[in-house]
Design a protein around this ligand. Structure first.
Ligand code: GLU
Ligand code: ZN
Length: 490
């Protein structure tokens, strides 16, 4: 049987690392088995729902660049793929369960439930949840209440004794005592809306889902779902609860650890390939001794057996390293296109500026090795667009030298730069070397003040390449500005 798996997010927040990990594992599983990957929007929680979260979902996956085969925006044979468009179906199935005596009408009003909660809290018996008051109403009572138009919910009959067993592909057999399962959870609310459990089980069945792969926080729902599948007489999909993703302190990954929303990573200058590669490796290994994989490679290599049981730790530094690696793989033109929005945003250039485009294309070899995040590009490249702010005089002074020496070096550089051809970097370097010997200075002492004058900093992208890009005129103007800044002059 062809595999059919799904990502079933609730649009109650922006897409974050955990969700994307679930989606990605499902996607890889579908691809590696020649199956189908489905997107289903579980938008039954109308109080926490917002359109912007749906938009964020589509934007996020468009940016990440992997897609579902069936879904709200793509259609498919078992739609609609949005739960709010399927409400009639859920009601029908909830009523089927009632007819089969696997579920029942509960007419308890909020007032009674509130009193129940209060008395449970006061009693110290530890009793919690619904007291099954309506589980054994007579047919007469039920008919009368329905005829009176009383509001009701439909609750699942959890067996009072025994255990419920299900198998998890990763964790093995899991057994729950029925008495530990929430007493008779609501399947259909009084406004006719389904709860997560009802909609999720009915849809997984009707959509032909063969494997459910989702976060471990859903394990407590699994016994309940098992009971529902059995009640309907349906085969339950195979379950596989994915290893948790923790922060470095061992707690579940959250905002306290850093960014978790995908759009934050995007803004910070991560590449989708790096994020996908890293996220796929959370709790999953693809091949010993190798870190970088394309999506296509992972599609072939993925196996459920390669998932770890142990939780994964989200390492921001490792992700940054991945990102740097992916930046190195970009061509000049690709990288220039990627950093451009960051440079525009920083106000260094207009979106439409052919001169800036050319400058950046030439500058990519200078910054590629140094960038870990695209967002670092503006600070690294500012000096290419404008005269940098000059630091304090000490920054220009070579070790064991003084201000006068720094000014002398800059003056030497002024004429050197004017007389050197920078089109062949090595030749230019040789010329500076020769000159340093002639004047009895260390090459480093000659170049250091020049670097600060040109780039504004002692640490910068390669100096001669920078001068080549800026041109002699601009470079000399900067040297002169530095001389003036240090109080020297003609
Ligand atoms: N709507 C649930 C969520 O937000 C789906 C859980 C599941 O995959 O069963 O994650
Ligand atoms: Zn009741």
């Amino acid at each position: 049987m062809a595999t059919r798996v799904r990502y079933a997010p609730s649009p109650t927040g922006n897409q974050h690392i955990g969700g994307v990990r679930t989606a990605l594992i499902n996607y890889l599983y579908a691809r590696s088995t020649g199956g189908v990957f489905i997107l289903r929007l579980e938008d039954t929680d109308r109080t926490r729902y917002a359109d912007e979260y749906v938009k964020n979902l589509y934007d996020t996956f468009a940016w990440l660049g992997f897609y579902w085969d069936e879904g709200p925006d793509r259609g498919g044979p078992v739609g609609p793929y949005i739960q709010s468009e399927r409400f009639a179906t859920y009601k029908e199935y909830a009523e089927k369960l009632v007819a089969m005596d696997k579920a029942y009408y509960c007419f308890c009003d909020e007032e009674r439930l509130e009193k129940l909660r209060e008395s449970q809290a006061a009693s110290k018996t530890g009793d919690q949840g619904y007291d099954r008051h309506c589980r054994n109403l007579s047919q007469e009572e039920i008919d009368r209440s329905l005829a009176d138009g009383r509001r009701y919910v439909i609750r699942l009959k959890i067996p009072l004794e025994g255990t419920t067993v299900f198998n998890d592909k990763l964790l093995g057999t899991i057994e729950w005592k029925n008495e530990d399962i929430s007493p008779d959870p609501v399947l259909l609310k009084s406004d006719g809306f389904p709860t997560y459990h009802l909609a999720n089980v009915v849809d997984d069945h009707l959509m032909g889902i063969t494997q459910v792969m989702r976060a471990q926080e859903w394990i407590p729902s699994a016994p309940l779902h098992r009971i529902m599948y059995d009640a309907f007489g349906w085969e339950m999909p195979e379950l596989c609860h994915l290893p948790m993703v923790l922060g470095q302190d061992g707690h579940k990954l959250s905002k306290r650890h850093g960014a978790t929303a995908v759009n934050e990573f995007r803004k910070a200058g991560y590449l989708p390939e790096a994020l996908i590669n890293y996220i796929a490796h959370l709790g999953c290994s693809f091949e010993e001794g190798r870190d970088l994989f394309t999506l296509g490679e992972m599609e072939k290599l993925f196996r459920i057996e390669k998932l770890n049981k142990a939780p994964a730790v989200f390492d921001y530094q490792k992700l940054e390293w991945f990102n740097g690696q992916y930046i190195r793989l970009k061509s000049d033109a690709e990288l220039a296109a990627l950093v451009k929005p960051f440079l525009v945003e920083a106000g260094l250039r207009a979106a439409d500026d052919a001169k800036a485009d050319a400058l950046e294309l030439a500058a990519m070899p200078l910054v590629r090795e140094r960038l870990k995040l695209l967002s670092e590009a503006p600070a690294m490249m500012t000096y290419l667009y404008r005269q940098p702010e000059l630091p304090a005089a000490e920054e220009f002074i070579p070790k064991k030298k003084d201000l006068a020496a720094a000014i002398a070096m800059l003056e030497e550089n002024r004429s050197l730069v004017g007389n050197t051809d920078f089109s062949v970097i090595e030749a230019a370097e040789n010329r500076f070397k020769e000159r340093s010997v002639e004047i009895g200075a260390k090459l480093g002492d000659l170049l250091m003040p020049l670097r600060v004058a040109i780039t504004g900093s002692r640490v910068s992208p390669p100096l001669f390449e920078s001068i080549r890009i800026l041109g002699a005129e601009t470079s000399i103007a900067r040297i002169e500005a530095a001389i003036a800044h240090l109080g020297g002059g003609k």
